[in-house]
Every structure is written in structure tokens, then in C-alpha cells.
Design a protein around this ligand. Structure first.
Ligand code: AMP
Length: 285
């Protein structure tokens, strides 16, 4: 069936109400568009867990900092519509900024604690924007299940926390990272990279793999591992490291030592010129 493009909030809510009234299970996949295989994998997972898949496409201004790439964020509606349809989405919900944040808009969702770390520390206000728009999208699409990507590991943790704390009756699924053939995590922002930067960007994944290998060899000191990862990246790329983190995968607090049996989230943000890339890996020590 051809995908239905919906822009009106009320229409979206009516569709969701009708689906619920007829006993259908709704899955939602929130995105900012410029779709790639990573997004499509989430839609396919949503398909498996629901009868009706709503993909949302909204470049959310409140999650971008004043010096970030909101204005130039890549957009390609026709391609997105085709890809979302092929991946089994039933609706592409594309609200306008004015409808999501009308004049006088004043309510924000602030998840405390974990949002002070990592991405939250580097991008003040980012998760306030994310949590707010996701809460709104939940109320507009009324899903039973929502699918997010492990690519944004901290975002997934923030959404889980918000869902628990605000009693959203929604199952949250976190899907694995989809990568390019050389290991670079797929991202809409990869389109900003020059061909040289694109080649070098594989150092993120390489350094994560290096860390994984060291853990398997018995390395337990985080600082030594962080330094080795940084050395690898500066040797093979012009990327500027924002952070490299070795943290408890649930609390996201930094670990000095990786004790046996612990599950750690190794994550990083690296700048190539004006393009900021993130990646992560979860390792059981
Ligand atoms: P975005 O459009 O960048 O806001 O991403 C929308 C959703 O797709 C988020 O839940 C992301 O974590 C997820 N996502 C982005 N890139 C990937 C990827 N390479 N693999 C899996 N999920 C991804």
C-alpha cells in the first residue's frame, strides 16, 4: 500500500484513535529524515512488533544548539517518502515547526542526571529538546511500541527514563547500529563529509574495535585504553576528539576500572571540520 503522508496533528491523532479502536498495534519510529539504512532497519523492526508503522520526520529545532547545523540539516522529502514506504511504513508524519511549537509554547521535558553527561555535556539543552519532542510525538501518534537506535545510546537511555518516569504505556525497543561496509556508523550527517574526511571517519569504529580487543586481552584500566584510542584516531585522521568515554552502560557514569562481568558503554564524539560524528559499542568485560 502507498504510504500516507500526514502533516496535521489532529489528523494523526484521529488515525491513531481509529487504529486503537479497531484493536491495531501502533509502532512509531521518530526520525529527522534524510533516511538511510539505519532508519529503515528501525522501521522493519517496528513492522515486526506492530500492525501499523508511523515514521515521523521532524527536524526538531529545540534539540539543536545555536551554533549547530539546524538550518543546513540535509533534507530530501521525495527520497524519504519512497524509502519509508519500501521499508513498510504506513504513515509518514511530517508536522510543521509552527504546529509543534506554536506561539506561546512553554512546556519542556527535562530528564535529570544522565542528561548532564556525554552528549548532554557537549550539547547543553539537547536532551531537553529531544525528550520534549518525543513526548509530544508519543501523544500525537499514540504508539504501543517505539523504536530507537543504539547509535544514539544516551538518547535511548533518556527516552527509557522518560517513558518510565512519565508512565508512557509504550514499549521502547533499541535497535543495533547499522554500519557502512568499512564500519562507519550510518548517519545523515555523514553526507557533510568530504571524501578525505569520509575515508578517515572509519577511525571511530576502528578505535572502538581496538578497545574491545584490549578488553578481551584483559586490559582493565580505562585511562590507558582511552589514551590508546585517542592515539589511534590522531595518528590516522584529522578528527578532533570531543570526548572518549568508558562508562557503566546503565548509569553512563565514567569508570576508572572495568571490573569483570560489567557491561560497559564505550562511546565517543569526534569532529571532522564542522561535522560532529558519534559512535559507540557495548562490551561485556
Ligand atoms: P535521526 O534521524 O538521526 O534523529 O535518527 C532517528 C533514529 O534512527 C534514532 O533513533 C537513531 O538512533 C536511529 N539511527 C540513526 N542512525 C542509525 C544507525 N546507523 N543504526 C541504527 N539506528 C540509527
Amino acid at each position: 500500500m502507498a504510504i500516507r503522508v500526514v502533516t496535521e496533528l489532529r489528523e494523526m491523532q484521529k488515525i491513531a484513535d481509529d487504529l486503537r479502536a479497531s484493536g491495531k498495534r501502533i509502532g512509531v519510529v521518530p526520525t529527522m529524515g534524510f533516511l538511510h539504512e539505519g532508519h529503515l532497519s528501525l522501521m522493519r523492526i517496528a513492522r515486526k512488533h506492530s500492525d501499523f508503522v508511523i515514521t515521523t520526520l521532524f527536524v526538531n529545532p529545540t534539540q539543536f544548539g545555536p551554533k549547530e547545523d539546524f538550518a543546513r540539516y540535509p533534507r530530501d522529502f521525495e527520497r524519504d517518502r519512497r524509502l519509508a514506504e519500501e521499508a513498510g511504513s504506513d504513515v509518514l508524519f511530517m508536522p510543521t515547526t509552527e504546529d509543534i511549537y506554536p506561539a506561546g509554547y512553554a512546556t519542556f521535558v527535562n530528564v535529570e542526571g544522565i542528561t548532564d553527561l556525554l552528549e548532554g555535556k557537549s550539547r547543553p539543552g539537547h536532551f531537553r529538546g529531544v525528550a520534549t519532542v518525543v513526548a509530544k510525538l508519543f501523544n500525537i501518534t499514540k504508539p504501543h511500541v517505539a523504536v530507537f537506535g543504539q547509535k544514539d545510546a544516551q538518547q535511548a537511555a533518556v527516552i527509557r527514563q522518560m517513558t518510565r518516569d512519565l508512565n508512557f504505556d509504550i514499549q521502547i525497543i533499541v535497535a543495533p547500529i547499522v554500519r557502512e561496509a568499512d564500519g562507519l556508523a550510518m548517519s545523515s550527517r555523514n553526507s557533510y563529509l568530504s571524501s578525505q574526511q569520509r575515508k578517515e571517519a572509519v577511525v571511530l569504529f576502528e578505535s572502538l574495535r581496538l578497545a574491545e580487543k584490549r578488553i578481551a586481552e584483559g586490559v582493565v584500566e580505562s585511562s590507558a585504553m582511552r589514551e590508546e584510542m585517542a592515539r589511534h584516531m590522531t595518528k590516522f585522521s584529522a578528527g578532533e576528539i570531543d570526548y572518549i568515554s568508558i562508562a557503566d552502560h546503565e548509569t553512563l557514569s565514567e569508570l576508572d576500572q572495568m571490573s569483570k562481568g560489567k557491561t560497559v558503554l564505550i562511546s565517543m564524539a569526534v569532529r571532522f571540520g564542522t561535522t560532529r560524528l558519534i559512535d559507540n559499542i557495548v562490551v561485556k568485560v
